[in-house]
Design a protein around this ligand. Structure first.
Ligand code: BF8
Ligand code: SF4
Length: 658
């Protein structure tokens, strides 16, 4: 027993990222505690919690379902408790994305009203495209007037109380989905109304019906999707729609000779200003003895900045504390979401300043700058000054940057992908992709999304699953921390195509490379980075465009999603909308559901019967890839059968509804 404990203490192999392994090896006797250590100290984790059968919804609890006590004190069964906990997780995710989407909308409103002088409308093409999708006429209108109409639609979709349907969502999904959601009564009326209703529905003594609860959770997830779509669309309008861009990723992007600023969180509103201020304040950094200022991103703020500005990726969620242990990060500026409170304690062992910037994200003992859109640049400069001052206090003996980094080609917004496809088929760009699936060259598309989870070996599921799918000719798109794994591991560049892609995928990418050779400075990567987690909306747009081209509802499209190392409530909300919108969704960490086989059955099977999408729980990466491939193959096979029948009997064999 004692030996086992000692072994656990020495487990420094909980990652497959070489930079992380190098730093973990140094932590043995340092006394510095990171998530990797705290995970081990947390073992064994509570089985009731893991199964989802612990209820703390009222303070008669906690009630735990056991053989002896098969109901909570109020009489709630395991199925009620599990379903209620699931809805509350989806709510957590939905509120986070709603907060983000609302913030983007309110910034757009400030831009319209002239109260945010440091921001402008950067992308009028996107403005017109969103307006067209929303049915807003642009004829003879000023850009700000168009943006105002979009802001009004978004604000009403956040706040409507009259019970009418959302405006945004039905405009960005195929009509068959909207019909399905209306038929099942899960089309949200507004984002905040859905959040409030679902909270009420899960109070003690409210809904006990697991199917009703699971379906409410799906409504919550559609509110989540709407918040994400609004966030992506308005961020593109204000900061530009991503285009292919070349950069680098992993700890080796830090440079000892520069002031290094890690930009961490999710919202581009602050970080866009930080990057701009960092460029402007080169002189101040030089005066302090540095060659300049380098920004590098963590989590989705990192993705936002990589996609639009080519800012390098430093690391992803699990290893955020380890970035500080390079001794070369002068400031870590954080905005919202996925920020481990643990970064502060680690920073105190170095000269690194942690700077919080949101009124809803403060960390005791960290610096706090109250970010304010009206004085955005001034606030960004204050942050940079903190970093430059910290740089002057660096301890050179503590600097040890793992020299690992890889080249990254990112920036694949939906618009960028369509542009690349258009070089082969200008009239119907998306047909390039659907044809490749129909001909068997590609087996389908898979969105690799989501987090790191300390329950898994950091980045292992992400990398193995992607390699297996690429070998089997699946076109891969990625977002969030998953995309950052691929960035760090050199899978977002063309070398990875030679190394991992099967013949079909190679042929497909080569055809695109050939057609775009005058346009693209770099060959296409193995995995297409589509952005942050809110940008999963881009990835679902891709599925929607494929469905429109194939003239089917989305659940018929050979398109799957995988969250190989899912962790956050946002990931649960995203997985749930992906199911309601028709994707098979693999999750590599089993969420707290199996404590009720009934609820497990509902999300694995009944969801499929009703919505066409369904969850797949599988923790082993090779098995996961097999199950994802099987899900894609089932769809291509069905499409082929339908198409053959259509030709043979000259009928419209493909039913458009699920
Ligand atoms: O929104 S993937 S750990 S950083 S939650 Fe967080 Fe998960 Fe990373 Fe981005 Ni998404
Ligand atoms: Fe227990 Fe019911 Fe209260 Fe939950 S709601 S803690 S099951 S009494």
């Amino acid at each position: 027993m004692a030996d086992k404990k000692a072994d656990k203490k020495k487990d420094r192999n909980r990652s497959v990222d070489p930079a992380v392994l190098e730093i973990l090896a140094r932590t043995e006797d340092s006394g510095i505690d990171t998530a990797y250590d705290r995970f081990l100290k947390m073992q064994p984790q509570c089985n009731f919690g893991e199964q989802g059968i612990c209820c703390r919804i009222c303070i008669q609890g906690p009630c735990r379902i056991t053989k002896k006590a098969d109901k909570g004190i109020c009489g709630a069964s395991a199925y009620t408790i599990v379903a209620r906990n699931l809805v509350r997780s989806e709510l957590g995710g939905c509120t986070a994305h709603a907060d983000h989407g609302l913030h983007s909308t309110l910034l757009a409103k400030e831009v319209v009203e002239g109260n945010a002088p440091d921001y402008t409308i950067k992308d009028t093409n996107k403005l017109y495209a969103v307006a067209e999708r929303m049915g807003v006429s642009t004829e003879g209108k000023e850009d700000k007037a168009i943006l105002k109409e979009l802001v009004d639609i978004a604000l009403e979709d956040f706040s409507r109380l009259d019970g009418k349907d959302l405006t945004w969502l039905p405009k960005v999904i195929v009509p068959e989905r909207t019909e399905k959601f209306k038929e099942c009564n899960i089309l949200p009326s507004s984002i905040h109304r859905t959040i409030a209703d679902a909270m009420a529905q899960t109070h003690v003594g409210m809904d006990a019906d697991p199917v009703n609860l699971v379906f409410k959770g799906l409504e919550v997830s559609l509110a989540d999707y709407t918040g994400e779509h609004i966030a992506t669309s308005l961020s593109d309008v204000l900061f530009g729609t991503p285009k292919p861009v070349v950069s680098e990723a992993n700890m080796g992007v830090l440079d000892e000779e520069y002031v290094n600023i890690a930009v961490h969180g999710h919202n581009p509103i602050l970080s866009e200003m930080i990057v701009q201020a960092a460029r402007d304040m080169k002189g101040e950094a030089e005066a302090a003895g540095a060659k300049g200022i380098k920004c590098a991103g963590i989590c989705c703020t990192g993705n936002e900045l990589l996609m639009r500005q080519g800012v390098p990726i430093l690391t992803n969620y699990a290893s955020q504390e380890l970035a500080i242990m390079t001794g070369a990060v002068d400031a870590m500026v954080v905005d919202i979401q996925c920020i481990m409170p643990g970064i502060q304690a680690v920073s105190e062992c170095f000269h690194t300043r942690i700077v919080t910037t949101s009124p809803s994200v403060k960390i005791p003992a960290a610096y706090h700058i109250d970010f304010d859109e009206e004085r955005a640049m001034e606030k960004a400069r204050e942050v940079i000054e903190i970093a430059i001052n910290a740089y002057k206090e660096r301890n050179k003996d503590k600097i040890n940057i793992p020299q690992f980094k890889n080249k990254v080609v990112a920036g694949f917004s939906m618009e960028a992908l369509l542009d690349i496809f258009a070089a082969v088929n200008p009239e119907r760009p998306i047909k390039v992709l659907t044809d490749a699936i129909e001909s068997g060259e590609l087996r389908g598309v898979c969105l690799l999304a989501g987090c790191n989870n300390l329950k898994r070996i950091h980045d292992q599921n992400h990398s193995v699953i992607a390699q297996e799918l690429a070998k089997n000719n699946v076109l891969l798109v990625a977002t969030g921390c998953a995309a950052q794994t691929y960035a760090k591991f050199g899978m977002l560049n063309a070398d990875a195509v030679d190394k991992y892609a099967g013949d079909g995928l190679k042929a497909f990418l080569n055809r695109l490379n050939e057609a775009n050779k005058d346009k693209l400075s770099e060959k296409l990567p193995l995995v297409f980075h589509m952005g942050s987690c809110v940008d999963n909306s881009r990835a679902y747009d891709l599925m929607t465009y494929m469905a429109e081209e194939m003239q089917v509802d989305t659940p018929k499209v050979p398109y799957a999603a995988s969250a190989p190392e899912a962790m956050s409530e946002k990931a649960i909300a995203i997985g749930s909308w992906a199911v309601s919108l028709g994707m098979p969704v693999h999750v590599g960490v089993v969420p707290p559901i199996p404590g009720s086989p009934l609820v497990d059955g509902i999300v694995l099977q009944i969801a499929q019967d009703v919505y066409g999408g369904y969850f797949i729980w599988e923790t082993d990466p090779e098995e996961s890839a097999k199950k994802i491939l099987a899900a894609l193959d089932e769809r291509t096979w069905k499409l082929k059968v339908h198409n053959m029948a259509k030709e043979q009997y000259e009928t419209e064999a493909i039913s458009k509804t699920w």
